[in-house]
Each structure stands twice: as C-alpha cells, then as structure tokens.
Design a protein around this ligand. Structure first.
Ligand SMILES: Cc1cc2nc3c(=O)[nH]c(=O)nc-3n(C[C@H](O)[C@H](O)[C@H](O)COP(=O)(O)OP(=O)(O)OC[C@H]3O[C@@H](n4cnc5c(N)ncnc54)[C@H](O)[C@@H]3O)c2cc1C
Ligand code: FES
Length: 253
C-alpha cells in the first residue's frame, strides 16, 4: 500500500452529478489491479472529515489514474471543488484484485449508476487480454449515463434508463436479455438493491457464469483495522475491504 500526496491533473464533469478526476500518482497507478480501490482524504488537513473516502480505480494511464464519483456529501463536494495542481492525500491500492478468466471469453459487465467506475478499468484490461466485452449501464435518465467514448472502442455498450430517455425503460437487471445467455462470465457493480435483483434474475440459469459483484459498503479504514465494513456471507462474516470488494453474487445475495 502506498500513502501519497497526488497532484490533481484534471477535474471534468462525466455526466450529470458525476465527475472524473485524474491524479498523477505513479506508485498507485503502477500497482493498481482491476477491482481495487483507493482511500482519499477529503480535506486539506486530513482531520475533518476524519475518515478517508473509498473510490474505485476507474482508469489507469501510465503514471496517472482516474476516479469517477457522484457528489453525495461533504467529502465528494470537497473533491469536486479541487483544481488542477492541488494535492490530495490518499492511500492504496486496496482490496483483492478481480481475476479475469484465464481463457478469452464473453464478459458481461453490469453497472448501476456510478457503479460503472471500476468496470471501465476492468473492460480495458479484459479487452487487452483478448476477451469480448459487453458493458451495460443503468441510469436514472440519459443525462445520468457515462458517454460511450469513456469505454474502449472494442466494447459493446448498452444503456438502460429508468425513464426510457435512452435505451429500454426500467432497471438494467430487467434487460439483460440475450446478453445473459451470451456471457461466459458476469461482473457487476452498483447498489445492493441491484445485486439483489440480479440474484433473482440469475438464480435460475445464471450460476454457470459465476457472477461476481463489487460491493461498496461504508469503509472507515479500508484495510482491515476497524471492522466497519463487515458483511454476512454464506461462508461467514467477511470484511468488504480486505476479503473483497469483489464477492461471488450467490455467496452474499
Ligand atoms: C470500495 C468502495 C469503492 C467505491 N467507489 C466509488 C466510486 O468509484 N465512485 C463513487 O461515487 N463512490 C464510490 N464509493 C462510495 C463513496 O465512498 C461514497 O460515496 C463516499 O464515501 C461519500 O463520501 P461523502 O463524504 O461525500 O458523503 P457522506 O457525507 O459520508 O455521505 C453522504 C451520503 O452518502 C452515503 N454513503 C456514504 N458512503 C457510501 C457508500 N460507500 N455507499 C453508499 N452510500 C454511501 C451516506 O450514507 C450518506 O447518505 C465507493 C465505496 C467503496 C466502499
Ligand atoms: S473498512 Fe475498516 S475493516 Fe474494512
């Protein structure tokens, strides 16, 4: 784990309510593996708020890495107001990396809202490893979707919106359709309600794809010290930060 003060390279809107921040952080960018996250201190002195906030590694490019986040509270509002050249204290990467299948296959990535954040990095690495990738994103409206330009060109990008303003209307888990059959492996990231719906949809014939979900429990420390992120699984209590954040869907839901 690296503790560093990383210089902000850019701070751009990604879609309504979400921003993408790129940081120059060579040690973190080099060490980051798919599915991992970084803890960012969201204040100048690191004291208020006291606990760092967790963000998935969204993309990696050389010495830089990006996060994608929704502004939901004090910490994310502070981050959103940072300008190029400012330094943010952070530590990571943390969590167990997601392992891609050894042999090239058909990967279905399902993101609910800002849950797409880690799936873009996963898609980039999966494409580089020779996998076929379909990425589905569910958002509230067309204004709440990541643009297709954010994904590697090789990825087929499918969108679903709650109001039907882009793609089919409803929740992403209601529209897996032909992609569910096509997939040899499924990864998802989003809110727990989405994982519960996904489990309902896949319980019948989705077990062969061994779906994995990246969970976003509240994490005060991020590295196994506080037990604040404990979850109940069919294999016992697990720490989301240390044993996850990726878990087998049917171990939890
Ligand atoms: C491993 C991991 C990866 C994450 N990756 C991302 C990411 O890539 N992009 C992103 O936008 N967010 C991500 N999150 C969630 C992010 O950490 C929270 O949104 C952030 O801590 C909110 O900080 P805040 O100070 O702005 O909000 P706070 O003032 O702390 O909280 C504001 C509201 O957000 C809710 N909230 C806080 N933390 C979470 C959480 N973990 N999950 C759901 N609701 C929460 C609170 O209950 C409250 O209602 C991730 C969380 C984890 C654990
Ligand atoms: S966040 Fe502290 S143990 Fe997981």
């Amino acid at each position: 784990m690296n503790i560093t003060g990383a210089a902000l390279v850019s701070n751009e809107p990604a879609y309504q309510g979400a921003r993408t921040l790129w940081f120059h952080a060579p040690a973190i960018a080099k060490a980051a593996a798919p599915g991992q996250f970084v803890m960012l201190h969201c204040s100048a002195d690191g004291m208020d708020p006291l606990f760092a906030r967790a963000f998935s590694v969204h993309r990696v490019d050389g010495d830089r890495f990006a996060i994608l986040f929704n502004v939901v509270g004090r910490g994310t509002a502070w981050l959103a107001a940072r300008v190029r050249g400012e330094t943010v204290t952070m530590y990571g990467p943390l969590g167990k990396p997601v392992k891609l299948p050894r042999h090239p296959g058909n990967l279905l990535l399902i993101g609910g809202g800002v849950g797409v954040a880690p799936l873009v990095d996963l898609a980039e690495r999966a494409v580089a490893a020779g996998h076929q990738v379909v990425a589905m994103m569910g958002g509230r409206t067309s204004a709440h979707l990541l643009p297709s330009s954010a994904w590697p060109r090789e990825v087929e990008y499918v969108v679903v919106t709650e109001d039907g303003s882009a793609g089919p209307k409803g929740f992403v888990t209601q529209h897996l359709g032909k992609y569910q059959e096509w997939a040899s492996k499924i990864y998802a990231c989003g809110p727990n309600q989405m994982f519960a719906s996904l489990a309902d949809v896949l319980r019948g014939n989705g077990r062969r794809q061994q779906p994995e979900v990246l969970m976003e429990e509240n994490m005060p420390c991020g590295w196994g010290m506080c037990y604040g992120c404990a979850i109940f699984t069919r294999k016992g209590v697990r720490l989301c930060c240390k044993d996850g954040p990726a878990f087998r869907l049917f171990d939890v839901f």
